[in-house]
Write a protein that binds this ligand. Structure first.
Ligand code: ZN
Length: 199
């Protein structure tokens, strides 16, 4: 039996597709939205549509940005010879918050996961290799998560880069296993960066 109108059901269904949103939360969000003033709902919907329409990958590091080249890649004070490889834009933001890394990034948009059927071609790995063979790079710091997928990805990348003679390092462990980098405090992140080991 349908308790709600089809419009409400559709809204609940859309919310429940989002990560971390179960059936109950989806219902709560749907009714919250329905109780919001109309202009606020339009602002919310507009922000979603605009973000999707205007955000693109940086042509250099593949982070999500609203410009062709992101502000970090464009910044002449950043050391373009040191690249930190992260899984996603949120991890990049976590390192940026420490304010202590002056190199540039490369965002993979995922990690290798044989279990989920995500292979090396499904993340921005080709793009990383093209970048390091084209530019003059001194060090690649692999800052993928310490989850199984993150470690698998780190090993894979180091094997690819080693033959090029470019220094490859891995951030120190101490970052909780399986923990998303964005949830780790800045001190721990800094320690992980400073204590990185050459692979
Ligand atoms: Zn960039």
């Amino acid at each position: 039996m349908e308790y709600y109108s089809s419009h409400i059901n559709k809204l609940i269904e859309e919310f429940s597709r989002l990560p971390g949103i179960g059936a109950k939360s989806a219902q709560r969000l749907a009714f919250h939205v329905l109780n919001m003033p109309k202009d606020q709902v339009e602002q919310l919907a507009g922000a979603i549509v605009n973000a999707k329409a205007n955000v693109q990958y940086c042509k250099c590091c593949y982070t999500l940005t609203d410009q062709e080249i992101c502000p970090i890649c464009k910044n002449p004070r950043r050391n373009q010879k040191v690249i930190m490889v992260v899984e996603n834009t949120r991890d990049l933001a976590a390192y940026e918050k420490t304010g202590k890394f002056d190199g540039v990034y490369h965002v993979l948009h995922g990690a290798i996961s044989p279990m989920l059927g995500i292979g090396p071609d499904d993340i921005k790995l080709k793009e990383l290799m093209q970048r390091i063979t084209k530019d003059d790079i001194e060090e690649v710091i692999i800052a993928t998560n310490s989850s199984l997928e993150g470690e698998t990805t780190a090993m894979y990348i180091s094997k690819l880069i080693k033959p090029t003679g470019i220094k490859v390092s891995r951030i120190a462990s101490g970052v909780p296993v399986g923990g998303d980098l964005e949830y780790i405090d800045e001190v721990t992140l800094l320690r992980a960066l400073e204590g990185r080991v050459e692979l």
